[in-house]
Design a protein around this ligand. Sequence first.
Ligand code: ZN
Length: 316
Amino acid sequence: MDRVLGIDIGGTSIKVGLFTPEGELLEERKIPTPALTTDDAYAVVTSGITRILIAHDSTPADVIACGLDIPGPVAEDGTVGFLPNIELDPEGLVGAITATFPRATVAFVNDANAAALGEMWAGSARGVQSFVLIALGTGVGAGVVVGGRLIAGAFGAGGEVGHITVERDEPLTCGCGRHGCLEQYASAKGVVRLYLEECEHRGVKPVDVEHATDTLSVFQALSSGDECAAIAIDKMCDYLALAMSQISCIVDPGMYLIGGGVAGGFSTFAPKLRERFQELALSPCRDVKIEAAGLGNQAAMYGCAYEALRLRAEQQ
Ligand SMILES: [Zn+2]
């Protein structure tokens, strides 16, 4: 029985999804791991996966494709770029995987790109050939799919939608070193900052915000009639719609999917986002669908498995 693996690589653990080649998720399991830079650490990964396979009457030889989803850039040729947030030796890990699962085609995929592919394989974008998934999380990432293929880019920066400039006069510096990037307003951190700034501007006491990315409290404040929260979310929608209207001029997608932690408030801000997009977009693109992503935090696991399968088909 052919099996496919989708592996989410995080800082202190990995999340393994065991799939059929048709996209059915058989099991999802978290495996705590040390930094993925030594043979011992790779052995934790491969033996953990082998146990999952055995529990499903499968063996390592059944694995035909293995996708690895990482929080960093991956160029079109599959080369992994600099990874600031995790410790990983990509070549070492691939070596250990191919030694344990000899039939497997291995592919690295950037996390936002993987999420987009996952939505296309088994989520909200099934059957849609051109769409953009925008993940509003700690940062703002995106996966741009055109004609069923991801735009990875020559330098691995294709789909870096979070760094589209939406405010040239922003004095604060973005993590990328530039100013006024979408991420500064539409990430979880950005939404909380917009809210606290509005409260300060009006001399109003804000609701308790537990941490710098606590958008839940901002959305709760909004639903209980907090005007500063309403203005913060309006601004977020305005900047996001502006960026989306520009994306539409380049790739003209048939659908936008909004994912990531901030999308927890999607039903609250969707009407405003759609309204602003209609006002800002080029006329032929105005009626694009804007929906919530469907697979939540499983999307990337699905997507990297899908990409490894696709690469395998391409190589055969
Ligand atoms: Zn930036």
